[in-house]
Design a protein around this ligand. Sequence first.
Ligand SMILES: [Fe+2]
Ligand SMILES: [Fe+2]
Length: 188
Amino acid sequence: MVETFVQSTTDVVDFLKHQHNLIKDMFDEVLHASDGRARETAFVELRQLLAVHETAEEMVVHPRARREMANGDDIVDARLKEEHEAKEQLSALEKMDVDSPEFLDALAQFRDAVVAHAEREETEEFDKLQAELSGEDLERMAGAVRAAEAIAPTRPHAGVESATLNFAVGPFASMLDRARDAISAAVK
Ligand SMILES: [Fe+2]
Ligand SMILES: [Fe+2]
């Protein structure tokens, strides 16, 4: 099982890079699940993690990168376009039967797009932002990003898994709304 919480890091860039690794692991869990129920569960957790992660980037990191970096607008616009395409791919996946070959093919394509997107973020945006900003700024941004995790209390304790999943199940769009609310409350 993949641990979806990221602990003990206070730099927003390190935190988001760690989440990129968790996202890759979650894709593997969905693709290699032993049965339909395990695949459905892993897919819910993957969507939660993507909702938390992408919303944090959109609300906290991209706006800062836009302001601070040379060519910030071009770089961020390209990332936002990829994120928009990912949401469309995900909404198509949500309509499929998780046990169908069609789902697995589409999920593998989606994973490749998400991994390529993450790599571009790291090299073109995050590393530059980390070099530009002070440690204090990077820590403050990490605090806002962590607030989004409030919507994804994934496997905090043994035995509450089903309750967590009931809470989480729903279209990706509603997970994004909850993540947005959590971050807005944190940055007020
Ligand atoms: Fe992203
Ligand atoms: Fe990312």
